[in-house]
Design a protein around this ligand. Structure first.
Ligand code: FE2
Length: 248
């Protein structure tokens, strides 16, 4: 198996609904390493409505840096070949362009890509218009857990419109493993068959039910759609994003 890269996880402790403490954060890193992940971008939630002042955003970003420093020290000792990066998962909000341009929320590592999410019930036209406006302003975007948006599943043929704007699509590894039936499972199958998935990621939140595992999903993708696709979405594309390259 090739070294995998996880560009979406909530492993940093005490900042969002991810790891609760240092021990759980370290456990999560152990799980990721043992699963074959060799590069991780931590993406704590950035939800503008959680902040009622600029000071709270600064304090939040300081906590993120503290946790990142702790896990970086742990990783350097335990796993010298693991590469760690900082990013954020940004909930779409009306002044998101200012948030990204002012540096309130982080890009994926040192790249110029941003990971963006919406509420699951957001209509297709709203997701498309919001992302299009940002893309036209030159913001490079990855849409987080694309399988979660009900209206995208209903309009999956129109997803090509997003792809034409250069917007990348991410699927959660756990959705590939867990969802065997139902609308989301059918949507994921269509996405892979039409080669619309750019990356998979763990979106891990803990060291138990939502842990940072990718290898099982990669096996399933290999069996169903071929090893080339599996390597592309778990290694080649996420690595290219970290290197700020274009994804084709
Ligand atoms: Fe997430």
């Amino acid at each position: 198996m090739w070294p995998m890269t996880d560009l979406h996880c909530h492993m940093l402790c005490s900042v969002d609904d991810g790891a609760r403490n240092v021990e759980q954060m370290q456990n999560m890193l152990d799980i990721a390493y043992n699963d074959g992940i060799r590069a991780i971008c931590f993406t704590p939630h950035f939800k503008m409505h959680h902040f009622d002042s600029e000071e709270k955003i600064v304090a939040y970003n300081d906590s993120i840096k503290q946790s990142f420093s702790i896990i970086s020290d742990y990783s350097a000792n335990a796993y010298p070949d693991m590469k760690l990066f900082l990013g954020s998962e940004i909930m779409f909000h009306h002044d998101i362009y200012n948030s990204v341009k002012s540096g309130k929320c982080s890009k994926i590592g040192n790249s110029s890509y941003y990971l963006v999410e919406f509420m699951p019930s957001t209509p297709f036209f709203e997701i498309k218009n919001s992302l299009s406006n940002l893309a036209r302003k030159g913001v490079r975007l990855i849409l987080a857990h694309v399988e979660r948006y009900e209206d995208l599943a209903r309009n999956y043929k129109k997803l090509k419109d997003l792809k034409e704007l250069g917007i990348l699509l991410q699927v959660n590894a756990s959705s590939i493993v867990r969802l065997k039936f139902g609308k989301s499972a059918r949507f994921i199958k269509k996405l892979f068959k039409e080669a619309l998935v750019d990356i998979i990621a763990t979106d891990a939140h803990d060291d138990k039910d939502f842990s940072p595992l990718m290898s099982h999903a990669v096996q399933i993708i290999s069996q169903k759609y071929g090893e080339g696709i599996a390597k592309k979405v778990s290694c080649i594309n996420p690595t290219s994003i970290l290197e700020n390259k274009n994804i084709h």
